[in-house]
Design a protein around this ligand. Sequence first.
Ligand code: ADP
Length: 241
Amino acid sequence: SQAQVLHQEKMAAFGLLAAGIAHEVGNPLTAVSTIVQMLERRDLDDHTRERLGLVTAQLTRIQGTLRELVAFSRPASDSRGRCSLREVVDEALGIAKYYKGVKGREVRSEVPADLPPMVGVRDQLVQVFFNLVLNAIDATGKGGRVVIAAEHDSGKLIATVTDDGHGIDAAQREKLFRPYFTTKKHGTGLGLFVTRKLVDAHGGTVACESRPGEGTTFRLEFPALTQNPGTAVPGLAEVVV
Ligand code: ADP
């Protein structure tokens, strides 16, 4: 459902943040706990001992929260397999049609049926196209158009998400993939950040071309899974297809 996917989108961003927090907060927290334990071994007056006990209890609580945060944010399904770009795009569009901003816009897939497959985590690839399509819809007014196309070229799958929306100026284009960069009133600025992380994890690239006032194209490239043994997917040799 739409709610589930919006939840997944948040969770993907959340997972990356959680990993960062676990590292940035967890390490100093361990250091503080160690110091407190050392202090507790000293000969202390009751008042100080009691206070240190409270500090320890609160530290334990924070460490527990941190552990839960990391466990909770682990992706639901991360199994790699053979993926059809056409099916991935269809699934992303199937969900995007419930987005309320889609009203009055035409959103269409032109992804051909005869493309070679690729290797990836299907849910993550759906997330990538969902993020790009949602942004494209946000950028267009009523009567706007969003087209997803794809082709196969010398071992690469090239997909484009094109809109005829307001576009992005050069200064903003540099910041697009940074976490928290947003120009939207209720934006998180995490959509493209997560998108790029997921594309990277699939050995792919994502780039943006835009003309302010005319529209924007996001171009993705992924290694195709072809019969040719010379085009093995880097890091995915273990996958049985
Ligand atoms: P959010 O959607 O929460 O703002 P994103 O990381 O997905 O976060 O996007 C960051 C910013 O990039 C958006 O706020 C918007 O300014 C710009 N952007 C992304 N896609 C498009 C697009 N297709 N057309 C115009 N601007 C876009």
